[in-house]
Design a protein around this ligand. Sequence first.
Ligand code: AGP
Length: 616
Amino acid sequence: MCGIIGYIGKQKAAPILIEGLKRLEYRGYDSAGLALSEPSGLFVCKKTGRVEKLAQSMMGRSSGSTRGISHTRWATHGGVSDENAHPHLSSDGTFALTHNGVIENFGSIKKFLLSKGYTFQSQTDSEVLVNLIAYHYAKEPKDGDHNPFLEAVRRALFHVEGTYGIAVMCRDFPDQLVGARKGSPLILGVGKEEFLLASDVAALITHTQNVVYLKDNEIVSITPDSFHIANGTRENVSPIIDHIDWKIEDSEMGSYAHFMEKEIFEQPAALENSMRGRFSDDNSTANFGGLNLSAQELRQVDRILFCGCGTAWHACLIAEYLIERYARIPVEVEYASEFRYRNAPLDKNTLVFVISQSGETIDTLAALREAKRKGYRTMAIVNTVGSTIARESDGGIYQHIGPEIGVASTKAFTSQLLVSAMIALYLGRLRDMSFTDGRDFTEALKSLPELVSKTLELAPKIKKIASEYKDHADFLFLGRQSLFPIALEGALKLKEISYIHAEGYPAAEMKHGPIALISEDCPSVFLAPQDDMFHKVLGNMQEVKARGGKIIAIGSEEAEFPEDLPDHLLRIPECHPAVLPILATIPLQLLSYYIALEKGCDVDKPRNLAKSVTVE
Ligand code: AGP
């Protein structure tokens, strides 16, 4: 997934574009570039590496241009190179384009354009699009009352199969920007005598909090004093201007060393925000404005399917445990990318939930669309307001935790677990959960921020453990029941930010194969709170110990361990079973964070990853 920002207004564009790219860099950071509309034509500067390198290249060049587009790349087609960086110029120099997405039929289009004499400098699919626009522009009459720049973009996109979020400039129309989207996000920022195009609100929020979320197949034409949106059939679209409800400091690091550290330590506040206004104490239940299903409709639901990717898929697994235990509704969980193609037979009264922090993950969006195509009611748990998944689902629940910038999901994950618990409470109270059980459940949720704050106090101890374990090449993470998905999440966190191989398993599964890995070189992290599985988990720990394996245990305050069984014991507060997965997650987030720091890894921008994967 890449980051795009465009600017047209009265201020110098270059500094705005670079500042915006820095706020988008978490979306992709292989290379970065910008294009400016100048009297001599379109100026392009693009470099492999981080945005800072581009900024250095631009230091010596003062451009008065007030129109420009820019891009930070996560490579899909074509390796990481200056030539493959965006913006791409058409071979006749008329157009500059930045693109987020994948053009699936780029091969056939490229072949056609080569036959028409167009040349290519890169291996990217995006350069094919900019030349296709140039091709149509060359054929457009220039004397009519229509806008040949806009028409050329529209005609080119008509031939494109795949996904795009684009910003385009034309040398002959220096006072105009064109943007379009299909499958990749694009947002129009409406400022005072200035407009911005961006893939994400974070890039434009220092200029305006008024935005228009472009929908699929919409195309926007922007001049310094106005904008016009049309849909795929050239009908004018009346824009809905939304107001962003968070501030720029929410997307800044503040006094923390990394966004991931900030987002781990702001989880108490994030969980407060996810809960705010969502309890009905009189009825000992939760309530959600956006669920869009009545109690009668929800009573008809006889199965729920949860879909997501990566960490969000782990949240789906927790939702399964919670809803089946507290609402007694059967739940299935599917990887979104699998559900889309598996053609799973579902009961007609199945409710489909998708979970996605970004609301733009293409596999999850595709699963949502597949469920809707089959007529199922769809709900979404999403953090990013106005995102594609939020807008296309029939209803849903926003997480309200502000932007999550670190590529490794932390506060978004625990917030998803909280929202899942609130859904379990709500559905349980529609069915067999008693008033008093509902009250206890509610109190447990309300106590979470304080319990998480207390758990975060383990940080210094975890930091020491991290320094002792940073050089291991393999880890096992083991938990039972609702802590098995947390074991998976702990393994994913370690993998994605420290590049250490780690696997999560149900603790009992270890003896069915993975125990062969146990040695002093392969430590095990056990989730072992004082719950009804505690003694079983102790047995699994003994099996590891007997084979010389090192053990880091996440226990609860009252859990009694045999002397020296775990090599390291981290105690989390005793708590209601429904919130135990959230508390158990915190030490694992910190362990992966501190190990990654010890290894000198780029915690916020791990190699090969992007914050939201908008390509299949
Ligand atoms: C989480 O740490 C990962 N960065 C990744 O697995 C992520 O959870 C996944 O790509 C889903 O993203 P989404 O929640 O924005 O849909």
